[in-house]
Design a protein around this ligand. Structure first.
Ligand code: ADP
Ligand code: MG
Length: 708
């Protein structure tokens, strides 16, 4: 009995908490006059410019609601090209001429903001003398309160109108895929659908370490990853962390996190431990792509802030610890109609579900044609450390669909009848009321970059710290571009039903090379993928030149997602980001090596040398082979190597900083700085295993990984 009461108590709390800090539809309906509410709804649905009278009412309601919920400030909240969110707080207070103050917030405050754009990346889109940039209210996302501040979701543009944020292209790509899918649906008896929305559920991995320990490491504090550190005696070999019982501090953190996210209307659902020690995962319930992108940003931000409150540090870096699995983010993606149909749901008989097969084929062709864009969407110096390392997909983009669906598509492609629901036969459970088509058979392969997992595609190459925006801009755009071509064929066909089969066959025949159901981590796959002609862009520096290829410029401009200038500027920003990230790491390493590690090694060696000296005074022959001497003989060459490494790295950093072109600078970072960093680390890590633990200047891997 007690349990039931507790459960219902919890449920009540959750439903009460959920969305309590969001100015959502229910609140709007309650607070806005009926005709204003209706007008706002029309604006959002039709994407029209907002009426000033409506904005006035919304601003007043927003202010009253926010102040009643404890807000003192407001901010335009946006996602510049840094990949994180930005906000500039203004107080609601306005001074009267008589010196008294009132709380004020007008339509103008709501609609437009002018942050100084010069401190956000523009990749050359904005001349430095033209610092102005505009944020403008995005009425399609709900405003919310975070830390006593009313956050108004906005988009961010330059003075000249170029897009400087990650949100605008995402919204454009959602419009695009809506439009193109709606052209297809009438051919399948779904003419009643008026809107199709890409849905996204990003699974988020992260590490939690003890904050006091982490603060002793400049690398963790400045770069989010360990730049030094010998392997701990126990790593993840035993796989005893995954889904294991949670430490009390972690549990308390997760409870807090859930509650804070629920208040913001984020559908945080599952939390569990991950494969590596100190690693965890949070998965939300999926929602519309733009909301999912906002919510994922809020999730990452809340993780960092709440970790601090619990004496922890949350690491969202893709590879915080060498030799231990890094963190990724899985982008689950599908298409959903306003009538509630998931277009990637195979149903009970996928062989007869032609709409499903057509959408599936569109994704397969799109991924094959645009492997480069999917790779670039997840390209960064930090993610380069994780991809291809037998813990995350390789740098070869391929699609997993499972044997049963492959069987059906192979049959379609050769004009054969696949027969009676082969997937179902293979399940062989003998139960008549089977659930939908073999979810299980499509859920096993964990190595594929783009995997069909039952009713959605899961893209697994994103790094944990990434915004999901770019990936979904690419997914929406490339799939929409395929669907547009399919729709044109169907619209021109004399027999649309036969044309559906022809499209599936043509497209699958042309693009089935991208389908691979085997182990993507195996070296054989790398060889076979090369034979199939698939791209294998191992580093960010290899991938970025593809971004502004003629095909990609044509794809993005004809679909009005990015202008040519915007594409080139994004490329420039990605190069810059790559170089900066590596330069900061290199400089942090240099400082740690020069000012912490070498002094510690010298200190320890000095003690050994003193001991040798005293031994020699009493026993000259014995001193030559005493332990201190043997240890010194090992340490000394390593510290000399380290000394040389420091010089080499320092020179490489100087050299690259003098290189003008960003692509050449990035190549120098990859080819000169990264190898110099690796060599310095190797020698320092060997020294860590020789120098007394009391001398080592910062916490070790074992301290960090098992310290919570
Ligand atoms: P599991 O992987 O544990 O079986 P699911 O496959 O149900 O769990 O979900 C994994 C993630 O995929 C969750 O974040 C979930 O919200 C998301 N997801 C599920 N269905 C869809 C969908 N139709 N569109 C987008 N994301 C989805
Ligand atoms: Mg997953």
């Amino acid at each position: 009995m007690k349990n039931t009461t507790e459960t219902s108590e919890n449920n009540r709390n959750i439903t009460e908490l959920f969305g309590s800090l969001v100015f959502n539809d229910t609140v709007m309906k309650e607070m806005l006059p009926e005709e204003i509410y209706a007008s706002l709804h029309r604006t959002v649905a039709e994407g029209k410019e907002i009426d000033m009278n409506v904005a006035d009412h919304v601003a007043k309601a927003l202010k009253d609601w926010a102040i009643a919920h404890g807000a003192t400030h407001y901010s335009h909240w946006f996602q510049p090209l840094t990949g994180i969110t930005a906000e500039k707080h203004d107080s609601f207070l306005t001074a009267n001429p008589d010196g008294s103050v009132i709380a004020d917030f007008t339509a103008k405050n709501l609609i437009k903001g002018e942050p100084d754009a010069s401190s956000f990346p523009s990749g050359g889109l904005r001349a430095t003398f033209e610092a102005r940039g505009y944020t403008s209210w995005d009425p399609t996302s709900y405003a919310f309160i975070k830390d006593n501040c009313l956050c108004i979701p906005t988009v961010f543009r330059s003075y000249g109108g170029e897009v400087l944020d990650m949100k605008t292209p995402l919204l454009r790509s959602m419009e695009l895929i809506n439009r193109e899918t709606l052209r297809i649906l009438p051919f399948f008896g779904l003419g009643d659908v008026t809107r199709v929305v890409p849905t996204v559920g990003p699974e988020q991995e992260y590490f939690l370490v003890d904050r006091q320990m982490a603060e002793k490491r400049r690398d963790l504090m400045l770069t989010g990853r360990t730049l030094f550190g010998a392997r701990p005696p126990k790593g993840q070999e035993l796989a005893d962390h995954y889904f294991g019982a949670m430490r009390p501090r972690v549990k308390a953190f997760m409870k807090d996190l859930d509650e804070e996210l629920w208040k913001l209307g984020v559908y945080a659902k599952t939390e569990h431990n991950e494969a590596a020690p100190a690693q965890h995962e949070l998965a939300p319930i999926y929602t519309a792509a733009n909301t999912a992108a906002d919510h994922n940003q809020l999730t990452m931000e809340k993780m960092k802030i709440l970790a601090e409150k619990h004496g922890l540090l949350c690491l969202l870096h893709e590879k915080p610890f060498e030799g231990v699995n890094g963190s990724g983010k899985h982008n689950n993606w599908s298409l959903q109609t306003d009538t509630g149909v998931n277009l990637l749901r195979p149903g009970k008989d996928p062989a007869r579900n032609k709409l499903f097969l057509l959408i599936l084929t569109a994704v397969i062709s799109a991924v094959d044609k645009h492997q480069d864009l999917l790779r670039i969407a997840v390209a960064s110096a930090s993610n380069d450390r994780r991809l291809g390392g037998n813990e995350a997909p390789p740098c070869i983009v391929s699609v997993f669909i499972g044997d049963d669906l492959k069987y059906i598509l192979d049959a379609e492609a050769s004009g054969r009848d696949p027969g009676e629901n082969p997937g179902r036969q293979r399940l062989n459970s003998g139960v008549q009321t089977l659930p939908d088509f073999s979810r299980d058979t499509t859920d096993r392969n964990r190595t594929a970059p783009m995997a069909f997992t039952g009713n959605k595609f899961e893209y697994r190459m994103l790094g944990s710290g990434f915004s999901v925006s770019e990936t979904n801009v690419v997914m929406n755009t490339i799939v929409a571009d395929e669907l547009a071509a399919f729709a044109t064929r169907l619209e021109n066909a004399s027999d649309p039903q036969a044309e559906i089969d022809a499209i599936i066959a043509d497209e699958y025949n042309a693009h089935s090379r991208i389908v691979f159901n085997g182990n993507c981590y195996s070296p054989e796959w790398e060889k076979e993928a090369a034979e199939r002609g698939l791209l294998n862009l191992k580093t960010t520096v290899d991938a970025l030149p593809y971004l502004d290829s003629a095909e990609n410029i044509s794809l993005f401009t004809r679909n009005k997602i990015y202008s040519e200038n915007e594409i080139r500027s994004r490329k420039e920003i990605l190069y810059e980001k790559y170089c900066k990230e590596i330069a900061i790491e290199a400089n942090t390493m240099l400082e740690m090596a020069r000012r912490q590690i070498l002094p510690a090694v010298i200190d320890y060696s000095a003690g050994l040398a003193r001991s040798c000296y005293f031994r020699a005074k009493t026993d000259v022959t014995g001193a030559r082979s005493c332990t201190e001497k043997l240890l010194l003989d090992r340490i000394d060459p390593l510290s000399k190597e380290m000394f040389t490494d420091i010089d080499t790295l320092s020179k490489a950093v100087d050299d690259s900083s003098k290189t003008q072109s960003s692509s050449e600078r990035a190549a120098k970072c990859r080819d000169e700085i990264l190898p110099a960093m690796a060599s310095l680390r190797k020698h320092a890590d060997s020294l860590e295993n020789l120098v007394g633990s009391g001398y080592w200047p910062f916490p070790t891997y074992a301290d960090l990984l098992y310290g919570v």
